[in-house]
Design a protein around this ligand. Structure first.
Ligand SMILES: *Cc1c(COP(=O)(O)O)cnc(C)c1O
Length: 369
């Protein structure tokens, strides 16, 4: 038992018998994709659960980012963060937009609002922040800056499923927010994603764009893409939505156990809950201070790996370090000191709904000295 591999995450899976009942319904109906009844039901249930006005389902979390930029006619330069998963910046690249990296705030890992204005040029048209690890960005400050300069705001909210600030969904910030329902996320539909928008007209436009731009049998309103979720995954999503609160609570208990044990370990820091925020405990990043801890981040990471405990160095390397983006002026190391500091010290510990107290203790024994 103690030799079993501990993975960083484990997918939340629906009950197979219940899933089979729904599969039978799909088979009987022979309606397997193109806005079927489970697709409609999941959009409605997600909007209610997430406390947002409109949701449009997608095949993954990358295509809604690409589609949001298309729908808002974003061009030129977009201000974004290097401390994220590569898909954030790739979405800009796929739209022929130049990413402009701005450094992060070490208190949250999110883009530092104080540094956004200095990066704005006459070519800037939007800001694309990320709620890293599901920790909400300073959405008010970002809105004030965007309003002052007439910029659009698209949030990559891939980590922020169910996150609320003072009882309100963080997904209502900005012009649009996007979600990923990939297997590794808090809520999954195997592969999947969604876009959240404010009004019915935008929802309609997005629904056209994710279906090649078709607005009717013979009318195409714009060069759309195909990123529709099918009925099988929508059914899977309906079942998983019923158990996601339980999964988030189980993750919360893991976070409590980690924090209690790590609070007094010299050289290891982590994030506490933010006041007024309903967190989703999607990740549990720790930060290793080499001098104080007496070991480098990589030494600890590989020591854990040797003991079959698989953490992940999210987000290392920074997006700005990948060959495609490295040549950009804003990718210079001296422009992004905080992002480098975080990327060089982070390990995301195993975090999912099915981690037992015993396994968490096994992980902690490798870190607490
Ligand atoms: C997972 C993720 C994505 C991409 O989502 P997919 O569903 O894998 O396409 C985008 N941005 C961030 C921050 C992510 O973590």
């Amino acid at each position: 038992m103690s030799d079993d591999i501990v993975t960083v995450t484990s997918p939340l899976l629906p009950n197979l018998d219940e899933f089979q009942v729904m599969l039978k319904q799909i088979w009987d109906s022979k309606w397997i994709t193109n806005n079927g009844s489970f697709h409609k039901q999941l959009e409605k249930e997600l909007a209610e659960y997430l406390k947002v006005p409109y949701v449009s389902l997608f095949t993954n979390g990358t295509l809604p980012l690409i589609t949001a930029l298309q729908a808002l006619h974003v061009t030129g330069e977009v201000i974004t963060t290097p401390y994220s998963f590569v898909a954030t910046t790739h979405a800009l690249w796929w739209n022929g937009i130049k990413p402009v990296f701005v450094d992060i705030d070490l208190a949250t890992g999110n883009i530092d609002p104080d540094k956004i204005e200095a990066a704005i040029t006459p070519r800037t048209t939007a800001i694309m922040p990320v709620h890293v690890y599901g920790k909400p960005c300073d959405t008010k400050r970002i809105k004030d800056i965007a309003d002052k300069y007439g910029l659009k705001v698209i949030y990559d909210a891939a980590h922020a499923f169910g996150v609320e600030v003072n009882g309100e969904s963080v997904l209502t910030a900005g012009d649009m927010s996007t979600l990923s329902f990939h297997a590794t996320k808090v809520y999954n539909t195997i592969e999947g994603g969604a876009m959240v928008m404010h009004d019915e007209q935008t929802k309609k436009r997005i629904d056209y764009l994710k279906n090649f731009g078709f607005a009717g049998e013979t009318e195409v309103i714009a060069p759309g893409i195909n990123s529709k979720m099918d009925e099988v995954r929508a059914a899977y999503g309906i079942l998983n939505l019923r158990q996601v609160d339980g999964a988030i609570e189980a993750r919360h208990q893991v976070a409590i156990q980690y924090r209690n044990a790590l609070r007094n370990v010299k050289g290891i820091t982590f994030f506490d809950d933010m006041p007024g925020v309903r967190h989703n405990y999607s990740y549990f990043p720790i930060f290793v201070n080499e001098e104080e801890y007496g070991m480098t981040r990589d030494e600890l990471y590989f020591k854990m790996k040797d003991e079959k405990v698989l953490g992940r160095r999210y987000f290392y390397p920074l997006i700005s370090e990948f060959s495609t983006y490295k040549g950009l002026d804003s990718a210079r190391r001296d422009n992004l000191p905080n992002a480098h500091k975080m990327a060089d010290s982070v390990i995301c510990l195993p975090m999912h709904h099915a981690l037992s107290e015993e396994v968490v203790n096994r992980i902690l024994d490798l870190i607490v000295k």
